[in-house]
Ligand binder design. Structure first.
Ligand SMILES: [Zn+2]
Length: 285
């Protein structure tokens, strides 16, 4: 059993003296906290204080074209019906998918903002929330004009609480900057509503799988760039945003497949790898 004051102390340690913090979390890893998940949110915000900004991914992969769903796939005979019935993205209401409960509950706290991207929005709270969230280019949500580029420029402190590097979203920004040959082939479709009509468009932001991102961890540890902190029962890793991006970029420069996972069952990474092989065969990579 952990008291909220103990969890607050843990957040104070992982946030350190940073002005801008990116939080990826699986709050279940904290164990039993008196007061439950709301006490955890309170503890995080109390540790943050009024003068610093917290950012977190609030992605909504459920709002993509069903023909591209892999986990699980959508039955082909339902694709048209699903396209018709998918709800519009609403920054005030749409729940993030697989981002952890903290990511969802923080969105509803006073002062919280959410960037206006239908699938790759970020939540933010604090004095820089608006500046970090806008603009968020629709076709290029991980690119040089995205929140992630601004977080890198500010050298935000990235906290992985109870999750591994495979959940570290800023590595998609590195993937986008390196422009491996699979980037365009792995684009996915999503939609916004314009003048009452649904408009579908393509998004290029990576291979669609981040299970291979753990490859950066040994490089970062060899450079003593990872801080390990315990909060409750959870382990947290803390790394600088610019260090994460530069490490991933150097790996991608040597091998465009560096961030793809090694699972033979991963349709996304297998497809990305086949694209790279095609480019090599044609002498393009
Ligand atoms: Zn994969």
């Amino acid at each position: 059993m952990h008291l909220p004051s103990e969890i607050r102390g843990g957040f104070e340690r992982v946030f350190g003296d940073a002005e801008t913090i990116v939080l990826h979390s699986a709050p279940r890893a904290l164990g039993h906290v008196a007061g439950g998940i709301d006490a955890v949110v309170d503890a995080a915000l109390a540790a943050l204080g009024p003068s610093r900004t917290l950012v977190w991914p609030a992605f909504t992969g459920q709002l993509t074209d069903p023909s591209q769903w892999m986990n699980p796939p959508a039955p082909r005979e339902l694709w048209d019906a699903i396209r018709d019935e998918l709800p519009d993205f609403d920054p005030a209401r749409t729940a993030p998918r697989k981002m952890g409960r903290l990511a969802e509950l923080l969105l509803h706290r006073p002062g919280a903002r959410r960037s206006l991207h239908p699938t790759e929005s970020v939540g933010a709270i604090g004095p820089r929330a608006d500046e970090l969230g806008r603009p968020h280019p629709l076709e290029d949500p991980m690119g040089p004009r995205s929140p992630w580029a601004r977080l890198r420029a500010l050298d935000a402190r990235v906290v992985l609480l109870g999750v591994g590097f495979e959940r570290c979203s800023i590595l998609h920004h590195a993937e986008r900057l390196a422009e491996p040959a699979y980037l365009a082939a792995c684009a996915y479709s999503t939609f916004v509503r314009v003048d009452g009509e649904r408009r579908w468009f393509e998004v290029e932001s990576g291979a669609g799988c981040s299970d291979g991102f753990g490859v950066v961890e040994p490089k970062l540890r060899a450079a003593a760039a990872v801080e390990d902190v315990t909060i409750g029962d959870a382990h947290a890793c803390v790394v600088s945003a610019s260090r994460l991006v530069s490490t991933a970029l150097s790996l991608l420069t040597r091998d465009p497949a560096a961030l793809l996972c090694s699972s033979t069952d991963c349709a996304a990474c297998n497809f990305a790898r086949s694209t790279l092989l095609g480019h090599r065969a044609r002498g393009l990579a």
